[in-house]
Ligand binder design. Sequence first.
Ligand SMILES: [Fe+2]
Length: 294
Amino acid sequence: MIAIRQIHPVFVGEVSGVDLRQPLSQEEVAAIEAGMDRYAVLVFHGQNITDEQQMAFTLNFGAIENARGGHIAKDHELRLKKGMIDVSNLDKEGKPLARDDRRRMFNLGNRLWHSDSSFRAIPAKYSILSARAPASEGGNTEFADMRHAYDTLDDKTRALVEDMVCEHSLMYSRGSMGFTDLTEDERAMMKPVRQRLVRTHPVSGRKSLYLSSHAGNIVGWLVPESRDLLRDLTEHATQRENVYVHRWQQYDLVMWDNRQTMHRVRRFDETKPRDMRRTTVAGDAMTAAQAEAA
Ligand SMILES: [Fe+2]
């Protein structure tokens, strides 16, 4: 029997009583979905799964998101098969990427608070991350509950952001790290998309702040004033009491709802392998109308 125990004062459930290597029953899938709706992040321990098993588990919750446009690695450089997102620090031969490798520079953007795929017109629903070989030191993943962030805004700010629309692009998050070494094709791939700043969860009806380091502008605002407000909101959303720190053990699997949370990874020794593999459940709708093509 699946059981879920809340392990943080605000959100996050720890799940026991399920083996993710096996096909799940409808009841088990429903219990996990209900847990996601409530806790927004679920932690499973001791799940020594293969890529195939991870993808099969992912498909219980929707389609697997197409990874195109989300990274700068070339097809022939990919270590993992289609459907798997490589969030390790490894090249195709399983060796840590060189310090100055563009892919490493690009991946450093994951150290910023973000919501996965907020740079897509239809952003991701869930992310599912499996620790095949976590870092021995550092490399924690931190999560912030964006419902709690919304609930704890003052009335004036809540009214201010209610109908705001932001522009999100990988160019903004990478640019804020000082990584601007992009080709014309990459720039074209990173065309900004629009996202509402306040989202409403389709099941619980709870509102949340939809922030991400990919957000670089508020529609109708000047860029510096947009970034000032976005930074202020991010600081509010990521106060310690609203953050869960996950310290990875091998074969942990953590799934989170990108519609209700932000996350970031912390520094670790990048000369040693850190093998983390993600699958992503596609979302089903845009949050805002997109800009007309110029
Ligand atoms: Fe991420």
